[in-house]
Design a protein around this ligand. Sequence first.
Ligand SMILES: Nc1ncnc2c1ncn2[C@@H]1O[C@H](COP(=O)(O)OP(=O)(O)O)[C@@H](O)[C@H]1O
Ligand SMILES: [Mg+2]
Length: 253
Amino acid sequence: MKSDEVLLKMEGICKSFGEVRALENVHFTLSHHEIVGLVGGNGAGKSTLIKILAGVFPPDRGKIYLEGKEVHFKSPRDAYEQGIYTVHQKMEEILAPHHDVAANIFMGEEITKPFFGGLLRVLARREMEKEAESVLSRVGITIDSVRRPIVSYSGGQRQAVALAKALRKKPKILVLDEPTAALGVKEKFQVLHLIKRLGKEEGIPIIIVSHNLEEVFEIVDRIVVLRNGQMVGECSPSLATKEQVVQMIVGGE
Ligand SMILES: Nc1ncnc2c1ncn2[C@@H]1O[C@H](COP(=O)(O)OP(=O)(O)O)[C@@H](O)[C@H]1O
Ligand SMILES: [Mg+2]
């Protein structure tokens, strides 16, 4: 195998919570410029796999390779710094709800400027607001003020802020856990469009967890199916039908 073609390789991943075997010997790969849909029923292990990749907790067993090199993520921050940008199912895990939009986009990566002739450094608020506005206009979802706290915006707008942050960061991998689950029809459509743009136009490799096969079929290059903590199959949305994927998700003949 040409290792330079595989961006991410997760090999033999196992994870248990007490008696519950959430993941059993899972192999997962992602290539450059690829959008992969991770699907499966409730409790299949999707979020657990994502959390391991995001550095929330380590696997009990198994290895992770990024660009051919073995990596260990000690914390979510560590995974983020190594290029994995994750938007978890619960939005509050990524955004600070009471901080404003600009502060959220720059959280942990604030721009500073010298003060007192360089004796101190202070936050360059204006610069951050300007750049936040510019990156938001690139994602194409209207946010009327980057100075308003995240809580004052709708689910779709919050999702857009999280994705704008991703666009600015240009991560090696963008990981989205059920990004449209909490959204209304119109917002769902906008966010999907945005995800597609990040993948196809910006070339950011994406893993998207979703239970909505309509949207998975619309945006991904490859579908990976988990059932009871095991990877039970994969297929291309252009070759398989939704019925076939449903069969893989629920099991049986
Ligand atoms: N922190 C946890 N503590 C105990 N059990 C957990 C924990 N996280 C997940 N599980 C269990 O692991 C299994 C897989 O869960 P999860 O990865 O959240 O599935 P999915 O995202 O596919 O719905 C489920 O049986 C779930 O109850
Ligand atoms: Mg989940």
